[in-house]
Design a protein around this ligand. Sequence first.
Ligand code: SAM
Ligand code: SF4
Length: 444
Amino acid sequence: MKTETLLHYATLAVPRYTSYPTAADFVTVSDGQRATWLGKIKPDEAVSLYIHVPYCRQLCYYCGCHAKATRKDDAIAGYADSLVKDIRLQAQHLQGKPRVVHLHWGGGTPSILPRQSFQAIMETLHEFFAFDEKAEHAIELDPRTVTRDLVNTLLEMGVNRASLGVQDVNPQVQKAIGRIQPAAVVKRSVDYLREAGIEHINFDLIYGLPLQTIETLNETCRTIGDYRPNRIACYGYAHLPKRRANQRLIDAALLPGPLERFYQAEAVEKNLVASGYMPIGIDHFALPDDNLAIAAKQHNLHRNFQGYTDDDCPVLIGFGCSSISEFHDGFAQTVAGIAQYRRTIDANEMATVRGIAINDDDRLRSAMIAELMCNFKLDLSKFGGKEKFADALERLKPIIADGLALEHNGLIEMTDEGRPFVRAVASLFDAYRQQNIAQFSAAV
Ligand SMILES: C[S@@+](CC[C@H](N)C(=O)[O-])C[C@H]1O[C@@H](n2cnc3c(N)ncnc32)[C@H](O)[C@@H]1O
Ligand code: SF4
């Protein structure tokens, strides 16, 4: 591909499509609306749960998550009390006991919760939900805080998948991102988890960080590839210093440019494929025997707020500040601020602030965008035919001319060269897209 073409697509601002409509399209949604949506979940329906814990001991410079640094253990325990109340408040609108097939703890660093808080939350969940015997129970962990004690608590809770934030193993890069974490620390956490029988391990890496080069990423991939995590996600660094004060600590002059970012992502893929990982959609990799790789082979991949998943539940109930719930008829997001969340929950309200009701057109476009993001192709004949999407096909023409996609009788397919830019094609089918053009991170 010509450099200027690459540059054009690499700098396009397009959503990540972890949902459709995207969170940027959310409008005001009330607790009453959430209550109706909760009430529509069937009494024994399979559901996924997400619990957000926004605290960390210190903030990494690059972090774009809903996270806050604290040294105050009472603030953390108090937040956990609000989570228990949040579960009770939402559960009162459920009919029956939905069956949990996935539970994910995200953050922040959820492992910051004390053992008693984990126990109280798990007990409350068991009161209102039936857990499937084979449920996946995953938690995000900061390797620097993984101890044998913590791993025992996780085992008691039934955790069977751990996701570790690795980012990069190079000491200079680690200094530039305010996260000193020698590779040996990552190795030690993996050993503790595996020794205890928590065998499913995910690593998160980032490319596009300050001082990162293809060489540092090669070194990172070589080092962490030896630990054989079952899954690896490698996201492009999203630098939004206007919105994230902690990111202002990053020297923008040290950030790789868009072309370098593209070649870095390419180098990560080459390395991981060479060491036996299968690429899953964009940014994700898995060992061939992992459920995610199996789902990809069977064309049964899905997307949710954590990225690619084999979780096919249409309902995801979120607890905690900033969490997003997905119901049959729409999305509901809880207030992001910790203090406001706790005040509202303590006043027996669910703290819903944003979201969106979805209609049949949203459902159709959501399935189309998922098809592209997961399988890199889209058969328009399954979604109402070519004529219905004549506008999008017109806008696809330059993308085809640039060699990124092909179209024949309404079957759109990304070329190998075009795959990293699949979000650009997905955005052609996004009815909300034109309104929010400037808010997203670069396509690579
Ligand atoms: C909640 S953290 C993971 C758990 C734990 N707090 C940790 O850092 O080890 C989620 C992941 O999001 C990714 N992430 C955070 N900020 C990011 C950013 N600005 N751009 C891209 N990825 C980011 C990192 O890979 C991070 O590991
Ligand atoms: S990357 Fe993880 S540990 Fe670092 S600030 Fe973000 S959530 Fe906290």
